[in-house]
Write a protein that binds this ligand. Structure first.
Ligand SMILES: [Zn+2]
Ligand SMILES: [Zn+2]
Length: 396
């Protein structure tokens, strides 16, 4: 069996040979932006690339039309590369998921071509609907990530970070039923559902002073009455609650539900509460992150450590990080400050600089995946780290 250094050199060659083609794939996805759960073109393109290289494709994974799992090799260990490919309504690939997908398949194709026989199994997970649909959370619930020695993916950004946490999140829709009445002639006969929604906002705002650090609560009013001369009989709002850890989120959630009950008591309107999608906070496996960092630095890439006050959101990748050792680094494709979800970032995701980073990112991911497959002692470190960080064994 060739040594690790030889295998890594072959991986780099395999990625660089394919680089122009990978750029074409990235541009193809960028030119055909598809929103959450509608990523049919992207899945067709990516599955065709993998199939041509000998991967077998399983489609409709976890009941999702645009989710897939591509598998090559056999036996243990198994390493997973996660691809995202959904775009944003109106903005196109303003989160650069065309690059996430291209990095994943670029790494997978190079691994397929260069790994020695018997090294294990490579899987590419096609994960739809990161933007709002939570494809990975649905796939995680269906158990598709079980048994991975490591899960790797990478996101584009205006700065390179090896590790960055995300916030645990839960979501609520609250509908209030009141009673209509003439707003001037007989307002006393009505029950004002809009007032109940406003009470929720007042309660949340009163709560803000006592919020633990980094907790976020943000809401919108989705129904607030139909006519100004009618006491609103129906009003509704949506809220996202986020916190650095699940335990803190649980406390915020209880308080929020108390606020809703308070709004009912204050107004006489009746609330229907629906809890929607939720994610845990994201955990970055330290040994896996260290390995990735060394590989990225060996490629001549720099990185920054996010400051304590850097803005963070939530991600469906967090669901995977609670099941198996995972990393979700960010690779710089443009100069700061160009935030995601902007037309400027959409342009950056198809720029010469992003194109150049396709090769470096794919090599760094593939080198890290190869180390997981070829170094049993690293796999033991990943497991030990997972146990330490999450207090349980990875999902088998
Ligand atoms: Zn995004
Ligand atoms: Zn994104």
């Amino acid at each position: 069996m060739p040594d690790l250094a030889t295998t890594k050199a072959r991986i780099a060659d395999a990625v660089r040979e394919r680089h122009p083609h990978l750029i074409a794939v990235s541009h193809d996805l960028h030119d055909h932006p598809e929103i959450a759960f509608e990523e049919r073109h992207a899945v067709a393109v990516l599955a065709a690339e993998l199939e041509r290289a000998g991967f077998t494709i399983e489609r409709n994974v976890a009941g999702l039309e645009t989710a897939f799992v591509a598998t090559a090799g056999s036996g243990e260990p198994t390493v997973g590369l996660l691809a995202e490919y959904d775009a944003l309504p109106k903005l196109g690939h303003a989160c650069g998921h065309n690059l996430i997908a291209t990095w994943a398949i670029g790494a997978a194709l190079a691994l397929r071509e260069t790994l020695p026989e018997g090294a294990g199994t490579i899987k590419v997970f096609g994960t739809p609907a990161e933007e709002g649909g939570g494809g990975k959370a649905i796939m995680a619930q269906a158990g598709v990530f079980g048994g991975l020695a490591a899960a790797l993916m990478m996101h584009a950004r205006d700065v390179t970070y090896i590790e960055r946490a995300t916030l645990a999140l839960t979501s609520f829709t609250v509908e209030f039923a009141g009673k209509a009445a003439h707003a001037s002639a007989y307002p006393e006969r009505g029950i004002n559902a809009l007032d109940a929604v406003l009470h929720v906002f007042f309660g949340v705002n009163a709560f803000r002073q006592g919020l633990p650090p980094r907790v976020r609560i943000h809401g919108i009013i989705t129904a607030g009455g139909e006519a100004v001369n009618v006491v609103p009989a129906h009003a509704a709002c949506e809220f996202l609650l986020r916190a650095p850890e699940q335990g803190i989120l649980d406390g915020v959630r209880e308080r929020f539900l108390g606020i809703v009950r308070g709004a009912e008591a204050a107004t006489g309107a009746t609330a229907t509460i629906t809890e929607g999608r939720g994610y845990p906070h994201r955990v970055s496996n330290r040994a896996l992150a260290d390995t990735f960092r060394e590989n990225l630095v060996a490629l001549g890439q720099g990185y920054e450590v996010p400051s304590a006050d850097v803005g963070i959101g939530s991600s469906d990748s967090a669901a995977v990080s609670h099941l198996v050792p995972m990393i979700h680094p960010y690779l710089q494709i443009c100069d700061p400050p160009i935030g995601g979800h902007t037309p400027e970032f959409a342009a950056a995701a198809r720029s010469p600089r992003a194109d150049e980073q396709i090769a470096e990112g794919a090599i760094a991911l593939a080198w890290t995946a190869a180390e997981v497959l070829l170094r049993p002692e690293l796999r033991e470190e990943l497991r030990a780290g997972f146990r330490e960080q999450l207090g349980r064994e990875p999902q088998g």
